[in-house]
Design a protein around this ligand. Sequence first.
Ligand code: SF4
Ligand code: SF4
Length: 501
Amino acid sequence: MSRAEPIYRPPLDALRLPLIGHLLRARRGRLLFQIPLLLVSALLIYDGFTGEQIASRNLATVSAWVHYRGFVILALLLAGNLFCMSCPFALPRTLAKRLASRGRRFPRVLRNKWLAIGGLFLIFWLYEVTDMWASPLLTAWIIIAYFVASFALELLFNESPFCKYICPLGAFNFAYSTLSPLQISVRDLKTCQTCVGKECINGSYSAQPVILVDQIGDKPPIKHDSRGVLGCGTLLYAPQIKSNMDCTLCLDCARACPHDNVILGLRSPLRELSALHSLPKRWDVNFLLVALAFMGIVNAFGMVPPVYALLREMALALGTDAEWLLLLIIFLIGSIVLPALLSIGAAWLANALTGVPKRPRALRDTFAAFAPAFVPIGAGIWAAHYGFHFIVGALVIVPVFHNFLLDHGVTIFGTEVNWKLGALLDAEQFAVVQVVLLIGGYLLSLILARRIAVREFGAARAQLAFLPYALLFLALLLASFFIFSQPMEMRGTTELDNLFH
Ligand code: SF4
Ligand code: SF4
């Protein structure tokens, strides 16, 4: 094995932690996380189909729309993409991969984030139009649709197209895992340079340690067996990874690497977002980061009274009361048109204010350089929103599960259901946390934008390039304050469904 010096030594490698590191790297390690979520999914589907069709009394709606979303954002900010790691939808995907003969590659024209952006838009819009949060049955169907789609796509194509290009939940996780404190990397780059098998991406023929392709001759040949490990499903190559984008944290790379060279290192949450070239200069990837910040505002806006006033005004102006159409217009403008116009406008202004006429800077370069700065403010908005639903409704799961057991004749916890359980904190107390999250995200975005401006335009012109983004982030912050200061509908936790905070 190579004795070369390491290229990057994070202060901590989660894969080398006692017990948890061993579990994470274990051949069946991922299953330990996936199987509990698979059982939970089965339970939600069952209760969604057979239980009471009341959002606040059904496991499907309470778990999916209160707990899942709260845990996702918390996990992304504190650790990493733990929900893609534990994703039960990846189980049929893995089965399909083993059943399928080598599939075709996903069509080139679709190998980008536009489908995922469209999927995010669609799911947020449908969530409002169909009152998805209020329907256990619909929630159960969504879960089934996820299983079917991930299985079918894996059967037809290689490269895990469902995770990488389509899944809206995955796109959300990928985008905000760019802020996470853990990232896949390698211990020693020189080992990778001399590694012949590149098993981290190609997969290994058998459970390790077995024969290392690059050390044939040093050891007696060992028969390859069928217990091999798949390589990276989203085709990331461990020694070149600079970003968490597209990493499902499945850890197959760590299991497949015969040199034990893959690490899951601790990093500064701003490291990736402020580094040059950590994300590709593509419109789709960078627009995902920008659009999600705006989608956070629009999603919350759909739950506060001003949206009803706006719907009434629009209905009068357009002469229609078709709510699906009016919401479509609001969501299209707020989630797609405004982020596109404002972020491209800010990039154009930054170029115009700092430009040297004879050497015009490409609009895409500036747009892509500043797009990562939208991640912290977006994460703050989503955390303030999903955190609110979680904090105010977390304990509802206790009476709902108790009631579910009683409905199925299980009385071990007694027969009295305590329907009063609900909030971990009351809404007024959590309002302070929301302010901290929103201002914290805003300040981190400002810090990032300032760093990017200095890096891209030099210290002398940085202030001018920074200005349009500083104004845009201020507008996003003020819009968030306005929305979060409104009474917000509390969905899926109480039959009153209206808590004011
Ligand atoms: S991470 Fe492991 S398998 Fe991948 S190139 Fe490096 S040494 Fe080879
Ligand atoms: S195999 Fe790919 S997706 Fe899985 S943890 Fe490694 S880099 Fe991430």
